[in-house]
Design a protein around this ligand. Structure first.
Ligand SMILES: NC(=O)C1=CN([C@@H]2O[C@H](COP(=O)(O)OP(=O)(O)OC[C@H]3O[C@@H](n4cnc5c(N)ncnc54)[C@H](O)[C@@H]3O)[C@@H](O)[C@H]2O)C=CC1
Ligand SMILES: CC(=O)[C@](C)(O)C(=O)O
Ligand SMILES: [Mg+2]
Ligand SMILES: [Mg+2]
Length: 347
């Protein structure tokens, strides 16, 4: 259906409009093979299974994630296979390896993309940057996308709580005439809240911007900047951490989530409101050039190249873990670890 967001009309699909029963009916003859069991893999595979779809998982044997899949209830030889065999058995291949991993496995997956199958992504990456990934699907399969707008961990947790994470959906290639029904049914099946329409290019460019920007990169950047200024001016770690992070995540962001920014502001003192209303525009103006630079870097494909190059190296996991450790061991997040332990609900 069409829904207005502000003054802009968009194509969206809701669960009322396309109920789970209809999704199951649409996919009743399909075998959904979830390839990869990292973060999105478990979330989507388990939600689909619990929703009553026919799902198998493909994962490298002798890996930690194979063992995790077994722990999660997937049965080797019945619902859990090597990637090659799962790709052969599936009629819908959900390509949920890491974006760099998808390049390495492409020849194997391509071999099993026989006419009428569907190739499903949760990111526009592989196909948009085909010059760099080599991922060019055959013309006689559907190529579709459902991109949950959040971590696979949250997708699963929210599903279990009876909630739903919103996802975008897109069709890159409709070979069978069934691509729209297939993609929407899968979007409902993986436990999406509502689905909004996009295309592969817009999905990848917005997603790479968001995660580098406000969702992950920028937020850590402004946390660090404010924390450092407070500490340099003699405030304790406890004071600096509470005033920078803990109050935001525990008290104020839930209010923003519930009813918007003005609602959060309205629930703070008039002193706070006066200052926040004065200061949000200077912060916007100071950071906007960085966001412009970021978007250009995404648009020029530089972010894709960086990600492919670094994540294709043998030691990429260890390197990432090293950098996460640096964050974890920074004073701000060390203070955070202590503060979290002191939350009454953790005692
Ligand atoms: N992490 C998330 O929550 C989100 C991820 N996505 C997208 O979903 C897709 C999957 O991402 P993640 O779950 O983060 O992936 P991941 O980084 O957790 O990796 C998934 C699986 O790929 C396997 N893998 C990696 N390289 C491989 C190779 N060369 N050969 C065979 N297997 C290999 C890993 O063992 C792992 O089981 C990506 O397209 C990503 O952009 C989209 C939304 C959120
Ligand atoms: C969780 C998500 O949507 C991200 C941040 O875009 C990702 O993990 O790639
Ligand atoms: Mg994302
Ligand atoms: Mg992403």
């Amino acid at each position: 259906m069409k829904l207005k967001f502000g003054t802009v009309e968009e194509n969206v699909v809701t669960r009322e409009e396309f109920p789970l029963e209809k999704a199951k009916e649409t996919l009743k003859d399909e075998v959904i093979a979830v390839l990869g069991y990292g973060v999105q893999g478990p979330g989507q595979a388990l939600n689909l299974k619990d929703n009553g779809f026919n799902v198998i998982v493909g994962q490298r044997k002798n890996s930690k994630t194979w063992d995790k899949a077994v722990e999660d209830g997937w049965v080797p030889g019945e619902t859990l296979f090597e990637l090659d065999e799962a790709a052969q058995r599936g009629t819908i291949l959900q390509y949920l390896l890491s974006d760099a991993g998808q390049i390495a496995l492409w020849p194997t997956v391509k071999k099993h993309l026989t006419p009428g199958k569907a190739l499903y992504f949760s990111h526009g990456f592989g196909v948009t940057y085909k010059d760099k990934t080599g991922i060019v699907p055959p013309s006689d399969v559907d190529v579709i996308l459902v991109a949950p707008k959040g971590s696979g961990t949250s997708l699963r947790r929210m599903f279990v709580e009876g909630r739903g994470l919103n996802s975008s959906y897109a069709i890159y290639q409709d070979a069978t005439g069934k691509a729209k029904d297939r993609v929407v049914a899968l979007g409902i099946g993986v436990g999406s809240g509502y689905l909004f329409e996009t295309d592969f290019y817009r999905e990848v460019t917005s997603d790479l911007t968001g995660e580098r920007g406000t969702l992950m990169g920028a937020i850590q950047g402004i946390f660090a900047a404010q924390y450092e200024v407070l500490r340099a001016n003699g405030h304790t770690p406890s004071e600096a951490f509470n005033e920078t992070v803990e109050e935001l995540t525990q008290s104020l962001m839930p209010l923003v989530a519930e009813n918007g920014m003005d609602w959060m502001y309205a629930n703070c003192s008039t002193t706070a409101q006066r200052g926040a209303l004065d200061w949000w525009k200077p912060f916007r103006d100071a950071t906007k050039p960085v966001f412009e630079e970021l978007y250009s870097s995404v648009k020029e494909g530089k972010e894709a190249v960086k990600s492919i190059d670094s994540n294709s190296k043998d030691d990429y996991r260890a390197k990432l873990e090293g950098e996460l450790q640096e964050l974890r061991e920074s004073e701000m997040w060390q203070a955070g670890a202590v503060v979290r332990k002191l939350r009454p609900e953790n005692n």
